[in-house]
Design a protein around this ligand. Structure first.
Ligand SMILES: C[S@@+](CC[C@H](N)C(=O)[O-])C[C@H]1O[C@@H](n2cnc3c(N)ncnc32)[C@H](O)[C@@H]1O
Length: 313
């Protein structure tokens, strides 16, 4: 193991110990390590292939998500967006439940929310890649006992196949957990997940428009000129279209923001990631689209995310 760690470190792997452990795990089954397979994996890693593409999964929010070669690898910093999206979905579901059952909310909030049935949380993941972000938000809601209807879309069919497999597995797991915990006071929720190939919101079903509780979109936001400065794992092994956000990095994000008001229900939330330098322009665009902006940062994760909330009236 020490030799392996040293080899990976010499190749520039910052978390060499973790990577060595993961590569050994990938080459091991029934407690037997296939040395030839391990050597092939290590050689490929030293050659610069992303660890996640080699082993076929990436971790996000405490779960493993399948990620095929050529598909964007989910980043740890996206946990900020996942955490916040789930928290907002939960408080919206609580408000809808309270408003629908008891007319408990005052004024405009009551009017906007109490007409809604306390049905499944309606979640959309645009630019979904392997589906990890929407899936991770859904997993948190399911664990809290909420049913979830998730629609995930991406322009890249390889990414959509990956998302389909990940979300199908999550739905099956939720089904099994529900069966196992049926006698609990609050059994886990049910997941209905659909995936689509196409440009941003274009492939989403007509029934979803105007009803979405939470829309997450980790769209490409790297300015075109900055792609050349990214680590080789990203610039050589992830599709250009997964990274390239145009001249200022906001070309696709602006389009996501523009379509959000038509997708969101009153009080619903759009959550996106940006670079720090893009916050001012992105906040301005959220406001221009009629959404109420909130800026979120997490220094430990090195993450910046924006929320745009649809007004209640
Ligand atoms: C930064 S990656 C994020 C993937 C995933 N959300 C994640 O965080 O792991 C951006 C994704 O946007 C997709 N994409 C780029 N342009 C798009 C468009 N016009 N419509 C839909 N998806 C698009 C890419 O294929 C890529 O999967």
């Amino acid at each position: 193991m020490e030799q392996l760690v040293a080899r990976l470190r010499a190749a520039g792997c910052v978390f060499a110990e973790d990577e060595a452990r993961i590569l050994v795990e990938a080459a091991t089954s029934d407690d037997v390590t296939d040395d030839a397979r391990l050597e092939a994996l290590v050689a490929a890693r030293v050659d610069g292939l992303p660890l996640e593409h080699l082993v076929g999964w990436a971790e996000l929010d405490g779960r493993r998500w399948g990620v095929a070669p050529g598909v964007f690898v989910p980043r740890q910093r996206s946990e900020l967006l996942v955490r916040e999206a789930a928290a907002r979905a939960l408080s919206l579901a609580a408000a809808v439940g309270a408003g629908a059952s008891a007319g408990a909310l005052p004024g405009a909030a009551s009017e906007a929310l109490s007409g809604a049935e306390a049905g499944p949380v309606l979640l959309v993941d645009l630019c979904c890649g392997c589906g990890a972000l929407g899936g991770a938000v859904a997993a948190r809601l399911l664990a809290a006992g909420h049913d979830v209807e998730l629609h995930a879309a991406d322009v890249d069919p390889v990414a959509v196949t990956c998302a389909h497999e990940n979300l199908e597995a999550l739905a099956a797991e939720a089904f099994a957990a529900r069966a196992a915990g049926a006698d609990r006071a609050q059994p886990p929720g049910r997941l209905s997940a659909q995936t689509y190939t196409g440009d941003l919101g274009a492939p989403l079903p007509a029934e979803a428009w105007g009803r979405v509780d939470v829309l997450v979109a980790n769209a490409p936001y790297v300015p075109t000129e900055a792609i050349g400065m990214m680590p080789p794992e990203a610039r050589e092994h992830e599709p250009h279209a997964a990274l390239d956000g145009g001249d200022d990095g906001l070309a696709i994000l602006r389009r996501v923001i523009d379509l959000a008001p038509a997708l969101l229900r009153p009080g619903g939330h759009l959550l996106v990631e940006t670079g720090e330098a893009q916050v001012g322009a992105a906040v301005g665009h959220l406001e221009a689209a009629g959404l109420v902006p909130t800026v979120l940062t997490d220094d430990d994760l090195g993450a910046t995310a924006l929320v745009g909330t649809a007004p209640l009236t």
